[in-house]
Write a new protein. Structure first.
Length: 116
């Protein structure tokens, strides 16, 4: 999995970019083999004088499918945290993995047969 971070004039330092890359690696560790590339863009989204920032996360799968997540927040840390969280949920859905900590459902029929 290749991680590409594209900061603009948002005040995102190299240290913050490295921290974001490490966060993404840790977040997608379970599905590294299922994702070919993650592209993150952080831009200023000033509208009507507000100082919000926008984060776009693109998740590229090996089959060519691309999932795009957009998030807006005022604070950069909250923006990155929330965008990463939403990207992980979208990626697990796109590749078909159950969410972290969730077990496969056991039906009543499988209990009767003794499969569970």
């Amino acid at each position: 999995m290749h991680i590409e971070i594209r900061p603009s004039s948002t005040g995102m330092t190299r240290a913050r970019s490295r921290e974001l890359a490490l966060r993404l690696k840790a977040t997608f560790a379970r599905m590294t083999h299922l994702i070919s590339r993650v592209v993150v863009r952080v831009d200023d989204a000033t509208r009507n004088g507000s100082t919000t920032r926008e984060c776009t996360v693109e998740i590229h799968l090996p089959n060519g499918e691309v999932t795009v997540i957009n998030e807006r927040q005022r604070k950069l840390g909250a923006l990155v945290r929330r965008a990463t969280e939403r990207a992980w949920k979208a990626a697990t859905h796109a590749v078909g993995l159950p969410p972290k900590g969730q077990r496969p459902r056991v039906t009543a029929e499988s209990r009767k047969v003794g499969l569970a």
